[in-house]
Design a protein around this ligand. Structure first.
Ligand code: BTX
Length: 322
């Protein structure tokens, strides 16, 4: 129904009270039958709406699947992202975003319920089942000098960790350069790709996968011992729309910081959120393998590791075995 998004909005903003069909009809200047039909249809789509005769309708909960109208209400608050594409199923939101970048030079968001071929770094697979997590690609569109890009992931990962902590209370930690862990289990990964020319970056396409409401048994066997979700760690179901809302505002804030500040300005906080200090870990970058302890992060984002023999190594984006 073409009134759906308006009715969703009215119910969304009046969740503490019943709205009569008459009132909705008057506000939208449509018939009461149209209101009733739309609400019936929404119920079939998974909205829980309490409808009481002579009182009206009250929204109790949202559909388990991502709903484009609600996402639009959330993203409308965004000062930066002005467009969003919501899908039930795609191969990968990152692939879709890269296609859309070709004829869209404004910032936008791609979200999908399911990804049939979710990608990690180096073409690894990202497990992205429906109704469990947030699988999203964000396209940032500004001219950015090349030298800055090595710190982008650090700003964004801090934003994701802050969001998880504030929404759920779980002690999310960043694993340099682009994962989020809770209690040494991975709950989020992201993947940053860029387009531009020799002097500047024009678009950043950042794919983020966050495990929200999986139970441990939902993960495939090979992830059982390394993956987790926020719900698994806190015992509480994450409201995906509230999470998305907070995440977008943290990310926008972090992105503005990234544009106007240096990594050195957030380095102390980043280091406090980081889970790699004071432990011996294995670092792999290309064919280079080093076992040692991380000792610092440089202002350009590179990680400094001291190996067991005492030699110092610098990494730009190593894989770290936890
Ligand atoms: P990564 O290469 O650091 O991590 C991939 C590795 O993480 C896999 O090899 C596997 O061991 C493990 N893994 C796979 N799925 C999960 C999961 N759901 N939870 C925890 N661990 C897992 C990290 O790559 C970047 C991932 C980005 C995913 C987003 S989702 C939206 C966007 N679209 C897309 O195709 N990718 C990005």
């Amino acid at each position: 129904s073409k009134y759906r998004s308006q009715i969703v909005e009215l119910l969304h903003h009046n969740q503490h009270q019943y709205l009569s069909g008459q009132k909705i009809a008057e506000q939208l200047m449509i018939s009461r039958t149209a209101v009733w039909k739309t609400i019936e249809q929404m119920k079939q789509q998974g909205f829980i709406i309490d409808s009481i005769q002579n009182k009206g309708h009250k929204l109790k909960s949202y559909p388990a699947e991502w709903d484009a109208d609600i996402i639009q209400l959330v993203t409308r608050q965004s000062a930066y992202f002005k467009q969003q594409y919501v899908f039930k199923e795609v191969t990968s939101t990152q692939a879709v975003a890269k296609e859309k970048v070709l004829d869209n030079d404004r910032p936008f968001i791609v979200i999908s319920e399911v990804q049939t071929a979710g990608k990690g770094r180096f073409n690894r697979q990202w497990d992205s089942q429906g109704d469990k997590g947030l699988w999203m690609s964000l396209v940032f569109s500004d001219e950015i000098p090349l030298y800055k890009i090595t710190t982008f992931n650090l700003f964004i990962s801090l934003a994701v960790a802050r969001t998880i902590r504030s929404v759920s209370g779980a002690k999310a930690e960043v694993k340099w350069p682009n994962d989020i862990y809770i209690n040494d289990y991975k709950c989020c990964g992201f993947l940053t790709e860029i387009s531009g020319h020799a002097n500047a970056i024009q678009q950043i396409i950042c794919g983020i996968g966050i495990n929200l409401n999986h139970q441990q048994a939902d993960f495939p066997a090979e992830l059982q011992h390394k993956a987790t979700s926020i719900k698994e760690m806190t015992g509480e179901t994450v409201d995906r729309y509230a999470f998305l809302d907070s995440l977008l505002s943290e990310i926008e804030h972090a992105y503005q910081q990234f544009l106007t500040h240096d990594f050195s300005d957030i380095k102390a906080e980043y280091k406090m959120y980081s889970n790699i200090w004071n432990r011996s870990l294995q670092y792999t970058e290309g064919t280079r393998k080093v076992t040692g302890q991380a000792v610092d992060i440089l202002d350009d984002g590179r990680l400094v590791v001291r190996d067991e023999a005492g030699s110092i190594h610098h990494f730009i984006s190593a894989d770290i075995e936890i």
